[in-house]
Design a binder for this molecule. Structure first.
Ligand code: PEP
Ligand code: MN
Length: 334
């Protein structure tokens, strides 16, 4: 971290600041120019309050030269991380096709969708059991029964399962879940992240509705700081002023995150757009720009879905998209 002091800063003021910084465990390298004095702060600056330093009368500017996240940074781990989810590898050239309904609704529904998406090439089955709904009056998911039904579908098809956790107290129910999802609304539920950090379970961490990539990485860092490095990041669209689509897919997040972190990055074009006709082009864009996978909502009867019918593909539509993705992947790998 570099701190530039204002011209006219007295020796006493400067020394007082240096003592305070050293008290925080940092080494301070002083470089004196004709007008400005620059302090180079050396050591672990992740806990240093940059805004507080910047607010001091004698400080002209303050800048981080290293990122506040360490364990998920590519600088500290140059090779791609590959996460093994129930035998399916994700990252480092291994592409995941995750598909399934927004919510698990019944045994018939989840088994039918699981079989269909598997036949089209899906490698993991998704399905919400605990649903984070904007309205408390909307369908909240089948909860523990939903997880049981996902496990049934797993038994039928062999597909590892992905489902969302909203409360760390529910962890015992997730014992046999292959990939535990932290949804957009909980990306900064730090207590939940800390509890997941204590486990060795693969985690799918979705980007918050209005969160920066740095904030997403800091949330991943929470899980890693606890000792769990099995994390997959998911770009699922962010809130912008645009209203034609449910969210705005930040496709540039994929190559940017690949630059910043070694963790796999997947894209959810369903929640990103909210419109089933936009899922195919956005899924293709994700595959073309190097994403490590996609997650798509598929329902056997979208008009009657209890949640997110408008963005859900029919199994036939998914089959077409899966074929297009395979085509893009072939070109991409050449
Ligand atoms: C979901 O994937 O079921 C979901 C609720 O997505 P998000 O958290 O991205 O809104
Ligand atoms: Mn949904």
């Amino acid at each position: 971290m570099i701190t530039v002091l204002k011209p006219g800063t007295s020796q006493a003021q400067r020394d007082q600041l240096i003592v305070w910084l050293r008290e925080q465990g940092l080494d301070v390298h002083v470089s004196e120019g004709s007008d400005y004095t620059v302090l180079g702060l050396i050591g672990d600056t992740s806990h240093v309050d940059m805004d507080l330093i910047g607010s001091l009368d004698i400080v002209e500017s303050v800048k981080r030269v290293t990122e506040p996240y360490k364990q998920c940074s590519r600088k500290f781990h140059p090779e791609d991380t590959v996460v093994d989810v129930g035998g399916v590898k994700i990252g480092g050239g291994n592409f995941a096709v995750i598909a399934g309904p927004c919510s698990v609704e019944s045994e018939e529904q989840i088994i039918a969708v699981a079989k269909a998406v598997k036949a089209s090439g899906a490698t993991l089955l998704r399905g919400g059991a605990f649903k984070p709904r904007t309205s408390p009056y909307d369908f909240q998911g089948l909860k523990a029964d939903g997880i049981e039904l996902l496990l049934e579908a797993k038994k039928e098809t062999g597909l590892p399962i992905v489902t969302e956790i909203m409360n760390a107290n529910h962890l015992p129910l997730f014992e046999d879940v292959d990939l535990i999802q932290v949804g957009a609304r909980n990306m900064q539920n730090f207590e939940l992240l800390k509890e997941l950090g204590k486990t060795d379970r693969p985690i799918l961490l979705k980007r918050g509705l209005a969160n920066t990539l740095k904030e997403l990485l800091m949330s991943a860092e929470y899980i890693m700081a606890g000792g769990n490095d099995k994390i997959i990041l998911c770009e699922r669209g962010i809130r912008t002023f645009e209203t034609y689509t449910r969210n705005t897919l930040d496709i540039s997040a994929v190559p940017m995150l690949h630059e910043l972190t070694h963790l796999p990055v997947i894209v959810d074009p369903s929640h990103a757009t909210g419109l089933n006709r936009l899922v195919e082009p956005m899924a293709m864009a994700a595959a073309a720009c190097g994403a490590d996978g996609i997650m798509i909502e598929v329902h056997n009867d979208p008009p009657h879905a209890l949640c997110d019918g408008a963005q859900s593909l029919t199994p036939e539509q998914f089959d077409r998209v899966a074929g297009k993705i395979a085509g893009i992947r072939e070109i991409f790998q050449k």
